[in-house]
Design a protein around this ligand. Structure first.
Ligand code: FMN
Length: 211
């Protein structure tokens, strides 16, 4: 429970538009509740393997009061995404595993967590201990997704300059480094060999002079 507390608190500390904090988090541990959530999530039954579920619920009316349609339709969702990410990062940092779930039927999900019609469940966060080590998924390179000053203006050498590489490039780079290390001597060895070489040459030329 201490770990769950830390995850929840990370969500509490997340920023929200105008600091409205117009959301609630529903902590679900009972099996029956988790089964209903999996069913509402378009029958994603893998969700039932999670011991804990956090449902992140927006209260859009409060955002509408202050910020109109944008508050209701955009800020409310943005707030929940920010809260979920804070919680996911904290969970990961303390050795837990999470998965965000956004594919679900809103009415069924409200019913599953007993939420009223005037709120929206925005995200489900599964929480548990990892039972496998998953490979890091591929991501686009920075060069492909960051523009400079205006849409479409790529920064050609961004990945090189920040030393952020796609996982494939990273793997190949590591392979290359290993091959290089295997095939070449260390810098110290190279200096030592060169010094001995110079030392021999000096000795020989001194001998020749004596003759
Ligand atoms: C908004 C959002 C909704 C998602 N919904 C689902 C979902 O319904 N079911 C699922 O299995 N994964 C879902 N995911 C997880 C993504 O598929 C996953 O994060 C993505 O494949 C990248 O993998 P990674 O999180 O390991 O980097 C969702 C993620 C986000 C951010």
């Amino acid at each position: 429970m201490d770990q769950i507390g830390r995850v929840l608190d990370a969500g509490r500390l997340a920023p929200t538009a105008g600091n409205l904090q117009n959301y609630k988090v529903i902590l679900v541990r009972e099996r029956a509740g988790i089964q209903k959530i999996a069913e509402a999530a378009l029958q994603q039954y893998w969700i039932e393997t999670a011991p804990v579920i956090l449902a992140i619920v927006a209260e859009p009316q409060r955002a509408r009061q202050f910020y109109g349609e944008r508050g209701e339709k955009a800020y409310s969702i943005m707030n929940c995404a920010t809260i979920a990410e804070n919680m996911a990062l904290t969970a990961h940092a303390i050795g837990l595993a999470t998965c965000m779930v956004g594919a679900f039927d809103q009415d069924m999900m409200r019913a599953a967590v007993g939420a009223p019609d005037y709120v929206n469940v925005e995200l489900i966060l599964t929480l548990g201990y990892p039972d496998e080590k998953v490979p890091v998924p591929e991501r686009y390179k920075l060069t492909d997704m960051v523009f400079l000053e205006r849409w479409g203006a790529r920064i050609a050498n961004l990945d090189t300059s920040t030393r952020v590489w796609s996982t494939t490039v990273q793997k190949n780079l590591e392979k290359g480094k290993q091959l290089f290390r295997r095939g070449s001597k260390t810098l110290f060895q190279q200096i030592q060999d060169r010094t001995l070489d110079v030392h021999d040459k000096v000795k020989q030329s001194l001998k020749q002079r004596k003759r």
